[in-house]
Ligand binder design. Structure first.
Ligand code: GLN
Length: 413
């Protein structure tokens, strides 16, 4: 069997492995047990037993009359009780695509882009240059915790800049959004993510939480007596957003820690402008660790799904992020999630998203779910080439663009 054949894509449904699924969904139906009483007689007299209680007995004729009445009663119940109740219980978006539509779109995108060789692995962090450029995985996690995956879904890659979203969220949990906005801000820089010029030029100096300077400042806001305490708090928080414990990829951390003179320079510049709120180099170190957290593509999609689900993890049911913080996070993602590629992304795709130089991108579809793609080769701005193409394709096929009225079910003529 050739290696290629062995690695052939497989659509995996994890529905039955997810034991913590809550609420309604495409696959969750419960039948009310109505069963025949074993004491039924030959002349057609029998009974129907619901929940252990015999509610009907008689001849075939009587049975029909009672059945008609029951039918009418059921209609009344359905109209006045079941309708409003099921609307209350509905947890999925009424305009979410069906599972079959999502599966078809993901399969098509996978086939269309799997042989795309554009872009290049990041190499300024030496160990990232060694990651297999052909790795390619896609995952969708919905707000009712359905999981669709395809391709290389077990590979654990470094989360890199995608971490910045979740440290921003943690800082807001601790300090509230107003403080974070005041101390870091949320303006696009129009420059590369590690730009020194942006720090010098911008009135706030920090730009936003997703460029390196703003991200290091954000980390410096997170409370903790020691750097270790901050780091452990960050790692634990990311794990709660993902719904499972995450780990540091030590070799990525060491590789970046040995080469991150640029980020140290940024931290010193922030200190010059009083825009860093803890020890600068210590903050860079915690930041470097947070970028080295390993995730696979399904874990990343679930982190996005937590944002889509108003801060509540769809697998564990834990409210990890306050709902009122979600719009601040998603607006930052649309404005700066793909750095100086964010304007083009908003134009073409229209989904809040975040990229990392490890090759991951996660895009959030509010109220519906998230799609994550992992493929290491990057474009000039540092965004995965294949991940952008896949998400754009799937978003178009499924009408997900948040700026399009079609995304909420309003179709044109
Ligand atoms: N750790 C990386 C850095 O600081 C993150 C950059 C990124 O993913 N864009 O440069």
């Amino acid at each position: 069997m050739s290696r290629k054949y062995k690695r052939a894509p497989k659509f995996n449904s994890h529905l039955d492995t997810v034991s913590t699924v809550r609420g309604s969904g495409w696959v969750r139906r419960r039948r009310l047990g109505a069963k025949r009483d074993p004491s039924a007689t030959a002349d057609g007299t029998d009974c129907v037993q619901v929940g252990g209680e015999v509610i009907m007995r008689g001849t075939k004729f009587m049975r029909q009359r009672v059945q008609t009445r029951m039918f009418v009663a059921l209609l009344v119940v359905m109209t006045f009780v079941a309708g409003p109740l099921s609307a209350l219980g509905q947890k999925t978006s009424p305009v979410a695509p069906t599972r079959a539509q999502a599966e078809a779109a993901v399969k098509e995108a996978y086939e269309k882009f799997k042989n795309d060789t554009n872009g290049k692995n990041a190499d300024y962090i030496p160990v990232l240059a060694q990651v297999d450029s052909k790795l390619f995985g896609i995952a969708i996690v919905t707000t009712d915790n359905q999981v669709l995956t395809m391709g290389d879904i077990n590979f654990s890659f470094s989360i890199q800049s995608i971490s910045k979203v979740f440290s921003q969220a943690l800082a807001m949990e601790e300090l509230g959004p107003d403080k974070v906005f005041e101390k870091v801000g949320s303006e696009p820089t129009g420059r590369a993510f590690n730009s020194v010029f942006a720090v010098a030029d911008m009135p706030t100096h920090t730009g936003n939480p997703y460029v390196n300077a703003g991200a290091i400042a954000t980390v410096s806001l997170i409370s903790g007596k020691t750097a270790d305490e901050k780091w452990n708090k960050i790692l634990d928080f990311y794990g709660r957003v993902a719904g499972e414990k995450l780990k540091l990829i030590d070799e990525v951390y060491k590789s970046e820690a040995a080469t991150n003179t640029g980020n140290k320079a940024l931290s010193m510049l922030l200190a010059k402008y009083d825009r860093i709120y803890a020890d600068p180099f210590e903050s860079v170190d915690v930041y470097t660790k947070q970028c080295s957290v390993g995730v696979n593509v399904a874990q990343l999609a679930r982190m996005g799904a937590t944002l889509a689900n108003n801060g509540k993890n769809p697998a564990t049911g834990e409210q990890v992020i306050k709902p009122e913080n979600i719009p601040h996070i998603l607006s930052t993602m649309i404005m700066a999630g793909l750095y100086d590629g964010s304007g083009g992304w908003a134009w073409h795709v229209g989904l809040p998203a975040k990229s990392g130089v490890g090759g991951g991108i996660v895009a959030v579809v509010p109220g519906k779910g998230a799609i994550a793609v992992f493929a290491p080769p990057l474009d000039e701005a540092g965004n995965s080439v294949k991940a952008q193409k896949v998400i754009e394709y799937v978003a178009n096929r499924l009408d997900l663009n948040v700026f399009s009225p079609r995304s909420v079910g309003l179709k044109g003529e």
